[in-house]
Design a protein around this ligand. Structure first.
Ligand code: SF4
Ligand code: SF4
Length: 620
């Protein structure tokens, strides 16, 4: 079970006390104060710490916490609890909501009983994601309200209001965070811990069974609820006007912070309408604000979500206010905003010089001098050995379809195993399509957690539809990339207690795969043999490379010996660097191993053709 430093504080912090919290920890405290009974997730950055914080104290605070197999299941479990009268939450990174979208799109028709909060953590700038999608649009499409906080205090407080609104409207609430909020730290004042609801499932066929005759009626009911949501938005304290300046700015979420800093820096005399309930828009307040100014700027991160709604509203009411949005302000629809960007955009709109310099030559100099540090697999990572075996097996010319997880880093040099990466679990389906189209050897690569998340239907499809590819499952027995959460193959439940271990090889055989091999990737000869055998097989085959994550293994072993290169034996062929690439092996005068990085896995000793690498202290 992942450990987080502040979990105890979240459980034991007294009302009125002030604690320094991550945005995600503040959301977790908000869930506790909101009386959440069931909190589910599939881990994904930047959302992971919400449930990680709760998992460590779940028994203490009486919350059922679950790492579900994927986001759709997580949403459904939370929805089931909510239909039964309990307050629930599900949290996920933004692409996770795509997986959960099927359930989300109809959940509004059913509505909820206990309050339900669906937390999406978006990732402008792709810090740890494959795209920059703006999940505010999901609220529009699913017809459910959406709240968006700007700082950790608001993030905590808003959860309580989300529950209140959810129960008032009997609708789930989409609650949007972004990386910059989820991972920023600010003092947060605690409130009272909420009391859990009592569970009771009351049958209601017309409401809960979405056959077409009921769905038509429920759609109308949903639209009516969203009319009520507009009234709530208009009176929400999260939609507020600040200042009384010469021109107006409408903003929300993280962009609000940039706006306030930017107008402070350039001394702009602006009024700001900060929108916290972003769907439905507080129409009356927006109209009043527009009517008060000749010019209103709309400043938001990513897509022009607010801007489109505000322009439509101004049009409908024939307002002559000049609205300046993304295009006019030249603010990008990608990446994160910055104070400088926003300050320059505002200055340009006003036709004036910003009057401040945003460049600090000293800092710029330092930035130039810091060498780039591309992401890389850890020293001793078993995935590196698996990729090395793939290369050593002579199938380096195959087409490699990789997947989401640490092992995506294997697509970088010197391993360079990864020609396509799309989304969670797509490796099996894509492998089938590429092999069918090209007739060439195709190797799909997936991690253990991702296998359980979304690969299984595609594997069944591969067997059923006579596809042919090798599916390599890199099983390090944890969800390493997001903080070592357990999964069905780890033998532990969400609280770290022993649980039924579901073996990937059993699942693969159950899917109908006839050639399944399980190999320790550190056994290079067997790994290469299994790959060759799998490649020759006429059908889908599965090779599971199983070895515990190096970080977990080192923690458990309590330290391991360092390895060293014997200069006398080393021929400087650089195979250990250019083909294997462990970051603990440096090139200075010749190759050498940094003992502070080496975790003693010993695989480099197998790679060196000269036998020049051995345990430090064991040299001849
Ligand atoms: S692989 Fe062996 S011989 Fe070649 S550079 Fe590395 S340590 Fe030296
Ligand atoms: S033993 Fe070799 S491969 Fe393993 S971490 Fe140390 S240097 Fe890297």
């Amino acid at each position: 079970m992942p450990k987080l430093a502040n979990s105890k504080v979240l459980a034991e912090g007294k009302p009125g006390s002030k604690q320094l919290l991550l945005g995600n920890e503040a959301i977790a405290r908000g869930l506790i104060e909101g009386g959440v009974s069931v909190a589910t997730t599939y881990p994904g950055t930047p959302a992971s710490e919400i449930v990680d914080s709760l998992a460590a104290i779940a028994e203490e605070v009486g919350i059922y916490v679950e790492y579900s197999t994927n986001e759709k299941v997580a949403l459904e479990v939370a929805a089931g609890a909510s239909l039964s009268g309990l307050r629930s939450s599900t949290s996920m990174k933004m692409v996770g909501l795509n997986v959960a979208a099927d359930a989300l799109m109809t959940l509004g028709y059913l509505g909820v009983r206990g309050g339900m909060v669906i937390i999406t953590a978006d990732d402008p700038n792709c810090h740890s994601s494959q795209n920059e999608q703006d999940n505010r649009y999901y609220a529009l499409m699913a017809n459910i309200p959406c709240l968006e906080p700007s700082d950790p205090q608001e993030a905590k407080d808003m959860v309580l209001d989300a529950y209140r609104i959810s129960e008032e409207l009997e609708l789930p609430i989409l609650y949007r965070s972004v990386t910059r909020l989820s991972h920023s730290r600010r003092p947060v004042v605690f409130g009272e811990v909420g009391r859990p609801r009592k569970a009771e499932f009351k049958k209601d066929y017309e409401r809960f069974v979405m056959v077409p005759s009921n769905a038509r009626v429920r759609h109308v009911a949903l639209l009516e609820k969203m009319e009520s949501a507009k009234r709530i938005s208009d009176t929400s304290s999260y939609n507020k006007r600040l200042g009384d300046g010469e021109f107006g700015i409408i903003t929300s979420g993280n962009a609000f912070n940039y706006v306030m800093d930017a107008i402070g820096a350039i001394g702009a005399d602006a009024s700001v309408l900060k929108i916290g309930m972003i769907h439905p828009l507080p129409e009356r307040r927006v109209l009043e604000f527009l009517a008060d100014y000749e010019t209103v700027l709309v400043i938001e991160e990513l897509e022009p979500f607010l801007e489109m709604g505000i322009r439509a509203l101004a049009n409908k009411h024939s307002l002559g206010t000049k609205i300046l949005g993304k295009e006019e302000l030249r603010l990008p629809r990608h990446g994160e905003l910055s104070i400088k960007q926003v300050a320059l955009a505002i200055s340009k709109a006003l036709g004036r010089d910003p009057g401040v310099k945003f460049e600090n030559p000293e800092i710029s100099k330092l930035i130039l001098e810091i060498p780039a540090r591309p992401p890389i697999l850890c020293p001793g990572c078993p995935h590196r050995a698996s990729f090395y075996a793939i290369k050593a097996s002579g199938i380096g010319d195959a087409i490699f379809i990789t997947d989401i997880g640490c092992y995506a880093l294997g697509s970088l040099p010197p391993l360079s195993v990864g020609d396509v990466l799309l989304c969670m679990g797509a490796s099996a389906g894509l492998s089938a399509g590429v092999s069918k189209a090209t007739g060439k050897p195709v190797v799909g690569i997936v991690g253990d957690s991702t296998f359980f998340h979304a690969s299984i239907p595609a594997l069944i499809n591969a067997v059923y539809n006579h596809h042919r590819f090798v599916y390599v499952v890199l099983d390090n027995m944890t969800t390493a990339m997001t903080n070592f959460q357990p999964h069905p193959g780890s033998g532990l439940d969400s609280l770290g207690r022993p649980s039924k271990r579901i073996l990937i090889e059993d699942v693969a055989r159950g899917c109908g795969v006839e050639l399944v091999r399980v190999i320790d990737p550190f056994d290079l000869k067997s790994a290469v043999g299994a790959l060759k055998e799998a490649l020759a097989f006429k059908g889908p085959s599965v090779v599971i490379f199983r070895r515990e994550c190096a970080i977990l293994e080192a923690k458990r072993a309590g330290g391991r010996p360092s390895y060293v290169i014997d200069e006398a034996k080393c021929t400087r062929c650089l195979l250990c660097i250019n083909r294997f690439g462990c970051p603990a092996i440096m090139l200075e005068k010749g190759p050498s191993i940094d003992p502070s990085l080496c975790n003693g896995c010993g695989f480099c000793a197998k790679v060196c053709p000269q036998g020049a690498i051995g345990v430090l202290g064991d040299e001849d």
